[in-house]
Design a protein around this ligand. Sequence first.
Ligand SMILES: [Zn+2]
Length: 48
Amino acid sequence: MALIKCSECRTEVFEKAKSCPKCGNCRNISAIRGVAFWIMREYLQLIE
Ligand SMILES: [Zn+2]
């Protein structure tokens, strides 16, 4: 299982975790997915 670092408190959390167990509020995973989605959207616009 992969570990990623919380963007807020730098705590290592499981990749599948929905939020950081330490600071709770940070949505590091969703933030990463949001960026990936944004990049994908820009990429698709370039193709069209
Ligand atoms: Zn955190």
